[in-house]
Design a protein around this ligand. Structure first.
Ligand SMILES: [Fe+2]
Length: 276
């Protein structure tokens, strides 16, 4: 097994492990790598949908998405399709997946099916480091507070995105409160748990103060020295610990460079605990 770090902040590309035939021992190794690096990538993994589902189940029960239905024949897998001429894609803007749920996603196992020749990288940021490096004054204000996360957050172009038009469930918007600083259930580490897309308000603060602090946090948590960036190829598998990272799917699909190509991903999410 070889581990290549993607940046000084987080992320590693793992080689020498095949994800086809996972057993408990291999899973334990993968989970340790995940907890250490927070997002891990495997290239050249020609796994079937059944193998992806089997692998995901080692992490815990599969989550059902409130807005998006699963693939035909594989309800556990959501197929994310950006059409060739579409400029936008799912996951643009910093977020933690479904942070608005009572039990937000624990981890995501994402497999690349079709990748444009250029464009469409994904960036991840380390929220354990974000908490450690946050301004002391802000830490003191927010450390025991909760924030409200809304399901149809900022930058959610639900009407423009054909995937939702064809496959969306008809759920209404809803919200939940979570501690702004959560504790990782496996490592005990403190994690900054807000994000630009879904977090709208700090409980117990005036709206103007809440907005001011949230905007400072959003700026801080996307600092480039807290990030790593991954350039996909086909048949890659990414796993991220959705409790301790935020991520951003870059939609740099412009005419002449990147536009005109389909991008397809198969996503399985693992249900998480209630943040505390
Ligand atoms: Fe996402």
């Amino acid at each position: 097994m070889n581990v290549k770090l993607l940046s000084g902040a987080l992320g590693a590309e793992i080689s020498g492990i095949s994800l086809n035939n996972i057993n408990k021992e291999i899973f334990n190794t993968v989970n340790e790598l995940l907890l250490e690096h927070k997002v891990i990538f495997f290239r050249d993994q020609n796994i079937t949908p059944e193998e992806q589902i089997r692998f995901a189940k080692f992490f815990g029960p599969i989550e059902e998405h409130a807005y998006v239905k699963g693939r035909e024949g594989y309800p556990e897998i959501t197929r994310l399709i950006k059409g060739a001429e579409e400029k936008n894609q799912w996951g643009e803007g910093w977020h933690s997946d479904v942070s608005y749920n009572v039990n937000p996603t624990k981890a995501v196992i994402l497999k690349s099916i079709k990748i444009p020749p250029v464009g469409g990288d994904t960036v991840f940021a380390n929220m354990e480091l974000a908490w450690e490096t946050l301004d002391k004054e802000i830490k003191d204000i927010i450390k025991d507070k909760r924030a409200e996360h809304f399901s149809l957050g900022a930058g959610f172009f639900i009407d423009e995105y054909k995937y939702f038009e064809s496959n969306g469930n008809d759920a209404e918007e809803y919200s939940n409160h979570h501690p702004i600083v959560r504790t990782h259930p496996e490592t005990g580490k403190k994690i900054l748990f807000v994000n630009w897309t879904y977090t709208k308000k700090i409980e117990g603060l005036e709206e103007s103060e809440s907005n001011e602090i949230l905007s400072k946090i959003f700026e801080h948590q996307s600092r480039l020295d807290l990030t790593c960036r991954y350039t996909w190829s086909e048949n890659n598998v990414a796993i991220w610990d959705n409790r301790s990272v935020i991520h951003y799917a870059i939609a740099d699909f412009f005419p002449g460079r990147g536009l005109g190509h389909e991008r397809i991903m198969d996503r399985i999410a693992v249900l998480g605990d209630r943040p505390y």
